[in-house]
Design a protein around this ligand. Structure first.
Ligand SMILES: O=P(O)(O)OP(=O)(O)OP(=O)(O)OC[C@H]1O[C@@H](n2cnc3c(O)ncnc32)[C@H](O)[C@@H]1O
Ligand SMILES: [Mg+2]
Length: 214
């Protein structure tokens, strides 16, 4: 049994604007008042975990204990099969301190080229997201969502954030960078969770089942 979120206010424990926006969209139908870690002036904890789940949990717990409110964190990344699962939990770091995603996408592409990965089946990977919902008393609920796809080059589309323009989700014709965010989510609370498309929406659909009532 998951612990249910019964408050009014929830901290979105992320300093990534793109994520804060997407999580806000996913939460909107639940009538929860959200505030981001940045707006509360909470520090960005060091991500010392060796899994997405561990990093999501440490970010959520830091925000929940720092604010006295329940907090939802997301740790996510891109795993490229031909690169042995890299960049994985280091996906943000590949963009450098300036968070330069044009450079990060180029870097992934150069590594794929160096492996001779030119055909789509040599360029498979997935986006992974772990979501952790933590309470100030230290209780945490954690879920994971994944979406398989292929890496395209050159980047396509101006929407979304991060690596979205190079990620073509399986069975789709447009990259995440070309989709409006409703399509990237693929899910609203009136739909079965199997409709969720993005890693984040898949994880969220799993989490709300036990933790949120509309
Ligand atoms: O830790 P917080 O403050 O939440 O923000 P962050 O950007 O550092 O987030 P992560 O540590 O979880 O790193 C995730 C990386 O994966 C990328 N990423 C995650 N989800 C993505 C998505 O839906 N589309 C594109 N890129 C994504 C994102 O741009 C980051 O570089
Ligand atoms: Mg981070």
């Amino acid at each position: 049994m998951r612990r249910r979120f019964e408050g009014r206010r929830l901290v979105i424990a992320s300093h990534n604007e793109g994520k804060v926006r997407e999580i806000g969209e996913l939460l909107a139908p639940f009538g929860v008042e959200t505030v981001s870690a940045g707006e509360l002036g909470l520090p960005e904890p060091e991500e010392t975990g060796s899994t997405f789940e561990a990093n999501a949990e440490l970010k959520a717990l830091a925000a929940a204990t720092g604010s006295g409110l329940p907090a939802l964190a997301d740790d996510s990344g891109l795993e490229v099969d031909a690169l042995g699962g890299a960049p994985g939990i280091h996906t943000a770091r590949w963009a450098g301190p300036e968070r330069d995603f044009a450079m990060a996408m180029r870097n992934v592409e150069e590594k794929l080229q160096a492996k001779g990965a030119t055909s789509p089946d040599g360029r498979t990977g997935r986006f992974v997201a772990a979501l952790a919902l933590a309470w100030p008393d230290g209780h945490v609920e954690t879920v994971r969502g994944e979406v398989e796809g292929t890496l395209v080059w050159p980047p396509r589309g101006e929407r979304g954030f991060g690596y979205d323009p190079v990620f073509l989700p399986e069975g789709m014709e447009r990259t995440f960078g070309e989709m409006p965010s409703e399509e990237k989510h693929g899910w609203t609370p009136d739909k079965p969770k199997s409709q969720a498309l993005s890693h984040r929406a898949r994880a969220f659909a799993e989490l709300v089942e036990g933790c949120f009532v509309r």
